[in-house]
Design a protein around this ligand. Structure first.
Ligand code: URA
Length: 179
């Protein structure tokens, strides 16, 4: 399940991996978490049809929706990085710790946090800031936020996610103004 959306997107949204419904339909985020993601996009005056491409770290459904294993993420990461190169988004929204770790640990410019540090850092320490990463020789901003499935279990965290989305929108606006 490679992903779907506008192939000239401003936004690249990266989740964890397809669940049962996504596997069945061949589309990302079409289950309950996806409905919440649609509402988040609507609040940003966006939709998955325009300016947004949605994908996942792993392209196949982990059995019983378990967490993806490191070897599975390693196997799929070149695909994700190639998607970033081809789609040329202007910003990446990494949703959840697997997306955050994968995107941030493949910064061609190096820098912090390191892959080892990232593994130990709770997502709460990665959100609320703008990382700059280089993929395929191209620099792009990355904002980390909680995964929509986490929000379904912890609705009180919605305000933090909205703050992250606002930060991402402001970053994109500023970058666009600078050309
Ligand atoms: N959760 C994800 O991380 N990705 C999907 O596509 C659906 C649910």
């Amino acid at each position: 399940m490679p992903g779907s959306g506008d192939t000239r997107p401003d936004w690249l949204l990266v989740g964890e991996g397809p669940g049962e419904e996504e596997d069945f339909q061949g589309l990302p985020f079409v289950g309950r978490a996806g409905q919440l993601l649609d509402r988040m996009l609507r609040a940003m005056h966006l939709s998955r049809a325009e300016k947004v491409y949605i994908t996942n770290v792993v392209k196949c459904r982990p059995p019983q929706n378990r967490n993806p294993e490191p070897a599975e993420m390693d196997a799929c990461t070149p695909y994700l990085l190639r998607q970033v190169q081809l789609l040329q988004p202007r910003i990446v929204l990494a949703m959840g710790r697997f997306a955050a770790q994968t995107v941030l640990s493949h910064n061609e410019a190096g820098g912090t946090p390191s892959a080892q540090e990232l593994q130990k850092m709770p997502l709460g320490k990665l959100r609320g800031q703008v990382f700059r990463t280089v993929v395929g020789g191209r620099a792009l901003p990355v904002v980390v936020t909680y995964h929509p499935a986490y929000l379904l279990r912890n609705p009180a965290e919605k305000a933090k996610v909205w703050a992250d989305l606002c930060l991402a929108m402001e970053t994109l606006e500023k970058d666009n103004a600078q050309g």
